[in-house]
Ligand binder design. Structure first.
Ligand code: SF4
Ligand code: SF4
Length: 414
C-alpha cells in the first residue's frame, strides 16, 4: 500500500470529498459512518461498491449500493474511498484492480474511529478512549456472531484416536490422560459416508484429522483417502506433533500427496528436526505448515480450558466468550459435538479423575438422525448444556509435560 493512498486525517478526507465525485467501498458500519459524516458536512457520495459475495445490497441513507461486477466499467472520473479496516486493505486492493478509477484512497483505522465518533453523540476526551470503546464494540459484535448459524462448517475435527505419544499439559483433547483407544476404521468410513450424504460432499471447509496423535493410527492412510473421496474440495489437515513424521514410508507421503492433505505440525520445544520435516514434505510435494502462529519460533506458550467442576457457569456466557464456539466442531463415532472439550472431557477426564460432568442430548447431534445440514449449522451456533463446565482459558504458561493431575484443569481457588 503506497503511503499516499492512505487517508489519515479529516482535512484530507474533506478535500477529497469536496473536489471529487466519490464512491465508497464497503457497506458496513464504517461506510455508514462516512456517509453520515459526508451528509452532515454537505458532501455527496455517488455510490457504494460491495464485493460480489455481498447479499442483498440496499441503499445506505439514500446512497445506492452496488455489487462490484456492476461497476466493471470505466469509472475513471471517480475516486474510490475504501472504508474497510486496515487488516483487509491488501485483499481489497487486489479485488478492485479491474476497476478503472481516477484514484483510490484507503481510510486508516485511526481516521475511521474519528469519523465513527464524530457521527455519534459521544463526548469523548481522547482518541485512546475512542479506541477502547471501539474495541469493546468489536468484542461485542464477535460475541454476538457466535450465535449466528453459518452457511457452512468452517472447521471440523475428525477424531480418529484418543491417545498420544507426547503428554502436553495444555492438551484440550485430554490425550495426555487418555487410555489407548483407536476409533475403528469401519466406524470412520461409515461416518464419512453419512456426513458426505448430508453435506453433499461439500460445505465443510476444513477437516482436521487428529486425536491424540494421528500417525499412531494403523489405518491412517485409508482414512485420509476416505476423507478425500467423500469431500473432494475440502482442506484436509493432518495435525501431528511430528514425533513420527520422519519415520514415515513412501506410501505415507504418496497418500498425503495424492489426497491433497496438508500436514500441520505444532513446534513443541522438544528435540525434533523441524527443518528436515519441512524439507521432506517439500521434496515429496506435500503441503506442510507449522501450526498457526508457530512458524518462526519454538513455542510454546500453552493455555487450556479451565473446568468448573460445579457446573455453575452461565452456559450462554461461556459460549459467547469461548474462542472455539461455533467453529471448532468435533466428530467422534457418529456423534457431532460443538468442541473437542465437551466430548473428550466427558469421556476421558471423567474416567481418569472419577468426576461426574454430565452430558445431555443437547450436547451433540447423532449424525444418523439429523435431517439436513441446516441442523448442523444451527446446532453449532447454540450454547450447549455442557458449556456450564467452562470458565474460560487459563493464563498462558510455558509448554511442559502433564503430570496427569486434576489440578492442571481446575482453578483450585474456585
Ligand atoms: S501432541 Fe497434541 S494431542 Fe498430543 S498431548 Fe500434545 S496437545 Fe495433546
Ligand atoms: S463446552 Fe461450550 S464454552 Fe466450553 S469449549 Fe465447548 S463450546 Fe466452548
Amino acid at each position: 500500500m503506497k503511503a499516499e493512498a492512505l487517508l489519515n486525517n479529516i482535512e484530507q478526507m474533506n478535500k477529497i470529498l469536496s473536489e471529487n465525485a466519490c464512491l465508497l467501498y464497503g457497506a458496513g458500519r464504517n461506510a455508514k459512518a462516512i456517509v453520515s459524516y459526508a451528509s452532515k458536512e454537505n458532501y455527496s457520495i455517488d455510490g457504494i461498491l460491495v464485493s460480489e459475495m455481498y447479499g442483498n445490497p440496499c441503499d445506505i441513507m439514500g446512497v445506492p449500493v452496488c455489487r462490484m461486477q456492476e461497476y466493471k466499467k470505466n469509472i475513471s472520473d471517480k475516486v474510490l474511498i475504501v472504508s474497510v479496516r486496515e487488516a483487509l486493505h491488501r485483499e481489497i486492493e487486489e479485488e478492485i484492480t479491474s476497476l478503472i478509477l481516477k484514484d483510490v484512497f484507503f481510510v486508516t483505522d485511526k481516521l475511521l474511529s474519528k469519523i465513527i465518533y464524530k457521527t455519534a453523540d459521544y463526548e469523548l476526551d481522547s482518541l485512546e478512549q475512542l479506541g477502547r470503546i471501539e474495541r469493546k464494540l468489536e468484542e461485542h459484535e464477535n460475541r454476538m456472531l457466535r450465535f449466528v448459524p453459518k452457511p457452512c462448517l468452517e472447521y471440523m475435527v475428525l477424531n480418529i484416536l484418543d491417545h498420544c505419544n507426547l503428554r502436553c499439559k495444555g492438551c484440550d483433547h485430554f490425550a495426555c490422560v487418555a487410555d489407548p483407544y483407536l476409533v475403528p476404521y469401519e466406524t470412520i468410513h461409515r461416518d464419512l459416508d453419512r456426513l458426505s450424504e448430508i453435506f453433499h460432499g461439500d460445505y465443510i471447509m476444513q477437516i482436521a484429522v487428529m486425536g491424540g496423535e494421528p500417525l499412531l493410527h494403523p489405518d491412517l492412510l485409508k482414512i485420509l483417502a476416505d476423507v478425500r473421496k467423500h469431500f473432494p474440495h475440502t482442506i484436509i489437515r493432518l495435525t501431528t506433533n511430528g514425533l513420527l513424521l520422519l519415520n514415515q514410508n513412501d506410501e505415507f507421503w504418496r497418500a498425503c500427496r495424492e489426497n491433497n492433505v496438508t500436514i500441520v505440525n505444532t513446534k513443541y520445544p522438544i528435540n525434533l528436526k523441524f527443518d528436515k520435516m519441512k524439507e521432506k514434505a517439500d521434496e515429496e510435494s506435500v503441503k506442510f505448515q507449522f501450526f498457526e502462529g508457530t512458524g518462526d519460533h519454538l513455542i510454546k506458550k500453552s493455555f487450556k480450558k479451565i473446568i468448573n467442576l460445579k457446573g455453575n457457569s452461565n452456559p450462554t456466557e461461556s459460549f459467547a466468550k469461548c474462542h472455539i464456539s461455533n467453529y471448532g466442531n468435533f466428530l467422534m463415532e457418529g456423534k457431532f459435538y460443538g468442541c473437542p472439550f465437551s466430548c473428550q472431557s466427558y469421556r476421558i477426564f471423567n474416567k481418569k479423575f472419577d468426576q461426574n460432568l454430565r452430558m445431555t442430548e443437547n450436547d451433540f447431534l447423532d449424525i444418523y438422525k439429523v435431517k439436513d445440514m441446516k441442523e448442523f449449522f444451527e446446532f453449532a451456533a447454540r450454547p450447549k448444556y455442557y458449556c456450564r463446565y467452562c470458565t474460560g482459558l487459563s493464563p498462558l504458561f510455558d509448554w511442559t509435560r502433564s503430570k496427569k493431575e486434576i489440578s492442571e484443569w481446575i482453578d483450585e481457588e474456585e
